[in-house]
Design a binder for this molecule. Structure first.
Ligand SMILES: [Cu+2]
Length: 370
């Protein structure tokens, strides 16, 4: 497998265009993109004109337009994580105002399958892997890799700008189904995004359980507030930031392994290793994978994470665009100096105050199942 960073790719292409490289180098540029390792980048290093963000927006528009019976639709992908059950007593499935009226998965489709137990990390890794492939396909960008929400207690920890501005439905990354302060760009409390208590655990089960609580559960609840999408298993996948949040949780699993000192996956435990899960691929076909097939992201799933240290502190991040020939730096500068987000409508919970779903816990949700 050839690993190529987008920046290497850009430099090579620029060199080729300037006649600096012999022509045989051009041959590898023509190789199918799936032979490259996809690199998931820190969303804080991206802006509205980054290829990943533009592709993600395009894809969301396409995917949201598909009916829930289409396995590659936004609703179907969310339903895989959680879906409301019909309520014969009330005839309703979701009474939180402002959201789609019905999250009941069409009969026969994969639904309500998320794992927040001993298989929390493994299940979500495969879930994201296939979702990323669906987005890549729908976006028309064969290089698309899902960014990760690289919050940290000492660095940026607010909702990325592209997910809250413009703060209206012209922006596929925005939704009012969030805490108003989060949508206004306020910081998430530092301790909520602090993974250090999880990382100190040497045993996998303890690490996973701790990580599932903080930052995983805490960020869910902080983003979703009372009844926003991120607060419930049945709706979390509806929020575009959900997928970047889980990419970060997946990255922290990689970081934990890299810390060493006895930190290893429980590969001697067949009860963990042999679990098989079903998802949908970009063609809508049902695909199955077991845990032993997803433990090395680079060699088995063809992706890896860019280090977050590219944006270590809260500054206006001017990361070089991955495709400089597409973007005028003046446009990027303009985007980075976007005016403060104007006041936006407050998301209000209904009188009942809750959805009819299972609420994510801010604490340790790995032991609660579901
Ligand atoms: Cu989650």
């Amino acid at each position: 497998m050839i690993t190529i960073d987008r920046r290497d790719f850009a430099r090579t292409l620029a060199s080729v265009s300037l006649g600096l490289l012999p022509t045989p180098r051009i041959a590898f540029l023509r190789r199918p993109p799936q032979q490259y390792a996809f690199i998931r980048r820190n969303v804080y290093c991206l802006n509205a004109y980054s290829p990943e963000i533009m592709a993600y927006k395009r894809a969301i528009q396409v995917i949201r337009g598909r009916p829930a019976t289409d396995p590659t639709s936004w609703q179907a992908q969310s339903n895989i994580h959680g879906a409301f059950k019909p309520d014969p007593a009330n005839g309703i499935v979701n009474y939180c105002q402002g959201g789609p009226a019905n999250f009941v998965a069409p009969p026969g489709m994969i639904a309500d399958a998320c794992r927040h137990d001993y298989l929390f990390l493994a299940w979500h890794r495969i879930y994201l892997y296939y979702f990323e492939r669906i987005v890549r396909s729908a976006s028309g960008d064969p290089t698309f890799a899902l960014p990760y929400w690289g919050y940290s207690p000492t660095g940026p920890r607010n909702l990325p700008l592209t997910f809250r501005s413009p703060n209206n439905t012209t922006n596929p990354l925005w939704t009012d189904q969030r805490d108003s302060a989060i949508n206004a760009g306020n910081d998430i409390t530092a301790t909520y995004v602090d993974a250090s208590n999880a990382m100190v655990n040497v045993g996998f089960a303890a690490f996973q359980s701790s990580l599932s609580g903080t930052p995983h559960g805490q960020v869910h609840v902080a983003t979703g507030d009372g009844c926003g999408w991120m607060s419930y298993f049945e709706t979390a996948g509806m929020d575009p930031i959900f997928w970047l949040h889980h990419a970060n949780i997946d990255r922290l699993w990689e970081d934990w392994i890299a810390l060493g000192g006895g930190r290893v996956n429980p590969t001697t435990d067949p009860a963990w290793l042999n679990n098989t899960f079903s998802f949908y691929d970009e063609n809508g076909a049902t695909v199955t994978m077991n845990v032993s097939q997803i433990l090395d992201t680079a060699s088995q799933l063809n992706y890896r994470y860019a280090a977050p240290t590219i944006c270590p502190v809260r500054v206006r991040c001017f990361c070089l665009p991955w495709r400089p020939w597409l973007i005028d730096p003046r446009i990027i500068a303009l985007a980075d100096s976007a005016p403060a987000t104007p006041a936006e409508p407050v998301h209000r919970c209904p009188a009942s105050g809750t959805r009819a779903g299972r609420r994510l816990a801010a604490g340790n949700s790995a032991t609660t199942g579901g």
